[in-house]
Design a protein around this ligand. Structure first.
Ligand SMILES: Nc1nc2c(ncn2[C@@H]2O[C@H](COP(=O)(O)OP(=O)(O)OP(=O)(O)O)[C@@H](O)[C@H]2O)c(=O)[nH]1
Ligand SMILES: [Mg+2]
Length: 219
């Protein structure tokens, strides 16, 4: 399987200075545009063509530390309402995006969140309402999903930049905090199990999908 997501070396995310942040949400909600807006001319996307995975690299200062942040972005796979398990693997934070102009993308957050928590029960996550430039009145509406789940919520616009830097900076900080405080018992147990599973499967046809018996049926 040349060029698959599972071939990206993810062991680097075990080191202190490397953080992985993923982005979830329906097609065309603005995931890529948000990252591009945040990174502006700094970004150097590394394309993994087979699965249309793009890694955006960013260097950030958090406290007195310099960390390298990999933002993971896909195009296409979200159409199937489910991501490959490797996408979630070792992620330290998640940005969930919907489009304020398309209600269905807000409704689907519940599905994305469910899948995220199956793989990463404890990582910091936020909800982002994108495209507010198209209709500023939406900022007066309440979107209760984030509150119900106890997640931070941001009104943003990738087009005009509103709240984009603030949202990314806060999420980077939370990702680093999460990494530095391994209070996360469930994640550790899950990772142990994953490693165990990988070890035992090494000689068989190791299919990453085998790590989870089946993907949730989100249709
Ligand atoms: N008005 C407005 N349009 C936006 C904004 N952000 C993104 N768009 C538009 O929405 C469309 C989709 O943006 P993308 O960033 O490609 O969305 P995506 O979530 O990465 O989509 P996929 O990669 O297909 O999953 C593009 O036409 C963007 O120009 C925004 O803040 N305001
Ligand atoms: Mg995209």
């Amino acid at each position: 399987m040349a060029g698959s997501i599972s071939e990206v070396d993810q062991n680097k995310y075990d080191t202190d200075e490397q953080v992985k942040i993923i982005c979830l949400g329906d097609s065309a909600v603005g995931k890529s545009k948000l990252m591009e807006r945040f990174l502006m001319d700094e970004f150097r996307p590394q394309q993994m063509s087979t699965y249309a995975l793009t890694l955006y690299k960013h260097t950030a200062s958090v406290g007195n530390k310099t960390v390298t942040v990999d933002f993971w972005d896909t195009a296409g796979q979200e159409r199937f309402q489910s991501m490959h398990p490797s996408y979630y693997h070792k992620a330290h934070a998640c940005i969930m995006v919907f489009d304020v102009q398309r209600k269905i993308t807000y409704k689907n957050l519940a599905n994305w969140y469910k899948e995220l928590r199956e793989y990463r029960p404890e990582i910091p996550c936020c909800v982002v309402a994108n495209k507010i430039d198209a209709d500023l009145k939406v900022t007066q509406r309440s979107f209760s999903f984030a509150k119900k789940q106890g997640l931070p919520f941001y009104f943003v616009s990738a087009a005009d930049g509103t709240n984009v830097v603030k949202m990314f900076r806060e999420m980077i900080k939370r990702a680093v905090d999460y990494k530095q405080n391994p209070s996360d018992f469930m994640d550790e147990v899950l990772e142990e199990l994953e490693n165990f599973d990988l070890d035992t499967k090494e000689n068989s046809e190791a299919d990453e999908n085998g790590l989870k018996a089946e993907s949730p049926d989100l249709a």
